[in-house]
Design a protein around this ligand. Structure first.
Ligand code: SF4
Ligand code: SF4
Length: 215
């Protein structure tokens, strides 16, 4: 289970804890002050859907634009209006402004029965005073295209362990579709061995490689 899912599963329970406030789509822009008294400036990026979003998905059904699904490491696609992941918190659709056609399209606005789409939503800034800051940056998946000594970057369809995790997940991308090729009729995925990767930015120190057979 990925860290994103682990944390995502706990967030709804924490919502009932009045001592915990979860701010999503947020970027810390500035921190000043000292221990016990920090002023933090936080930018809240727009979701383009309001609190009224029920997560019904009708906006995605009518959306004509597709984008790479970053939660599945580009192995499949989502619409420009999409749920970031199966256990998203909050369980609300978001619109990718980088690919959305905007008001000239507006199909999602028409499709949303509860009028929860707001294509004009803008970023906001908020200031918070806190006693302590925990610096938890998260991580990016290691770019396996850099593992030239194992053929990655030159061998077609080489995938990382975290991509394999998504392929094996119940709600992950369809395997054959992810490796779409006219010659591919079925796939066999065989774990090979662990590769020690000393400069990984992940919490894992070993990156298993997988061989994908095409028939
Ligand atoms: S924005 Fe509207 S149509 Fe899209 S998931 Fe939310 S409620 Fe449904
Ligand atoms: S306005 Fe954007 S998100 Fe809505 S349907 Fe059109 S492309 Fe998709």
């Amino acid at each position: 289970m990925s860290a994103q899912l682990r944390i995502g599963n706990k967030l709804p329970k924490n919502k009932k804890n009045s001592n915990i406030r979860v701010i999503t789509l947020a970027e810390v822009e500035n921190i000043s002050g000292q221990e016990g008294n920090f002023d933090v400036t936080v930018k809240i990026n727009p979701r383009y859907t309001t609190e009224g979003c029920t997560g019904c998905g009708k906006c995605a059904e009518v959306c004509p634009v597709e984008r790479a699904n970053d939660f599945n490491f580009g192995l499949d696609k989502t619409k420009a209006a999409y749920l970031p992941q199966p256990f998203a918190f909050p369980m609300k659709y978001v619109i990718d402004s980088a690919v959305c056609l905007g008001a000239s399209c507006g199909k999602c606005v028409e499709a949303c029965e509860v009028k929860a789409v707001d294509l004009a939503m803008a970023a906001k800034t908020m200031n918070i005073n806190v006693g302590a800051v925990i610096w938890a940056t998260g991580w990016d998946s290691y770019d396996i295209a850099k593992l030239h000594n194992y053929g990655s970057g030159t061998v077609a369809n080489a995938i990382s362990n975290i991509m394999m995790e998504r392929l094996a997940a119940l709600q992950g991308p369809p395997t054959v579709k992810s490796f779409a090729h006219p010659m591919v009729k079925s796939l066999r995925i065989l774990p090979l061995y662990s590769v020690r990767v000393p400069v990984m930015r992940t919490t894992r120190r070993h990156a298993p490689l997988y061989a994908v057979w095409q028939h």
